[in-house]
Design a protein around this ligand. Sequence first.
Ligand SMILES: [Zn+2]
Length: 613
Amino acid sequence: MPQKPIFLTCAFLSLFGISLLADPGYQYSVDLTNVVHDRVQVTLTVPKMDQSTICFRFPKVIPGTYTTYDFGRVVQDLRAMDEEGRDLDVIRKDVNTWKIKDAKKLHSIQYWVDDTYDLTEGKAVSGMSGTNIEEGENFLLNGHGFFGYLDGCEEWPVQIDVLRPETFYGSSAYPKVETLGNRDRYQAPRYNYVVDMPIMYNQPDTATIRIGNTDVLISVHSPNHLVQADYLKEVYGRLLQSQSAYLGGELPVERYAFLMYFMSESLPIGTGALEHNYSSVYCLPEMDQEILSPFLVNIAAHEFFHILTPLQLHSREIHNFDFHDPDMSRHLWLYEGVTEYFAHHNQVRSGLISETEFLKRMAGKIQDSKTRYQDDLPFTKLSEECLGKYAHEYGNVYQKGALIAMCLDLELINWSDGEYRLIDLLGDLANMYGPQRPFRDRDLIGDIVHLTDARFQAFFNQFVTGHTPLDYAYFFNLAGVAYTPPSDTMVYSLGDVQLGMNQETGRLVVNGVYQLNEFGRALGYKEGDELVSIQGQPVPSSSFGPYFKGIFAQVKEGERFEVAVLRKQGGSAQEVRLVAPIRRVRQVLTPEVSFRDRASKRQTMNRNAWLKS
Ligand SMILES: [Zn+2]
């Protein structure tokens, strides 16, 4: 049954201090009770300032996404006004920036926001990073899609009033400081926190768990009630217990919130999850919860472990995040790779999955990283240019990034005779730095070597900053695991496009284009495309195996290949023909990875230190 959570953390309230209440810099108000053409109105009141002009901005990029989204796209009819409500001159300088003249007189800014879920033009914003305005159903308030900031005033405190529909409840890791009637008030010490405090409003289906000293809120929006908060409470309860043990018996935050939006229809937006300091937001297809369960565990485990990195341990580029023109850190192997590795490693150590299953998952990552991505691309280069020329390599942070972490863990275990693991290194680095003390990007590897041994300089030179692919046979062998490198084969494919099913139309729909191979990129799929026919043969709504087998049996290398899709353009859907010469692409098969029957004493010791808690 839906229930309202009891979710207050007093220690956290005191962190914000009383002075905030006396001096709110940004005073925001958003009215969710008045939805007009799928938009809501936002009003901002600001204190007096001295500048003659000032820029009001929406973020171009937000931390954790490593993608340019341009949230200014959702803002319309922006007005800047003086105290008497007279309009000031405003020029829209670019998609995210409004230049306000006569800023000395500026008193308030008012605008309408649309949601990103319904954006039809430009790059789709992934559901977990975006915003939803669905009258009577759900409002997903990711702050960066509703609230902007004045250039140079990112340090001002922020107050946000939300006027909500009577029966709706606002779920967030950040407690409301006040509720009066249907007005909820939130406060934050500076603009960064606005991005960090997603709030979901809907008819509540929530559950709370207490793990040690941590209060965990689970809030679910599942239109057909296929996923329920009480079910997730069981599943996530077990997971969080194991994560707590992995972290030495305690979770490093006092509170946490899982905000889970399940889509009943297939929208052309990316699905997945995004991490924040005290919460994570999920946008996933609505399905039977028993079927979704293993996936929900993996994705929640990953997002939750982000509380270690980048949230507790990160570089200056992330700490002083420039929402308008960010520099990327070179250490995605750490932020995403280590996090993804821990998400699976903690499950094997706590017995949630078997050792064989763990090896199988790692083998899958090897296959994926070698099939879809450039294995000799230095990982630090990929990181630095993940918004630009290596955007299509980004997905490898979850594959090879995790494998770098695994190999580093094995090397640490072997070097320390099982006494020092990757989780210990992370702990030491977090103590050395911490949430308020970012490291310098170029210092990190030196610090790791300083904490450990000179041999780790060679590890990073070869496998992280260098071009050498990871030597899996060597690293697995440290723990008595036999590794047979994968062979590869040339296959025809649809271009490695990610497909889902639109239940309403019964058609296959493109719901991911970030892993396209060369052939897929040449065809030019877009998210949301619905497959109508391939080579003139209508795409069925089931029995895809024989259909695709039939198609590929008839093609020849270099021949014209045509995929007809329905593509939404300006409100209506039109049939578009995607054409490219078909070519085989290299597919790497899964490597064989298995425990050796006979392992040496050292191998057995390493294996135990690695996989048994
Ligand atoms: Zn992540």
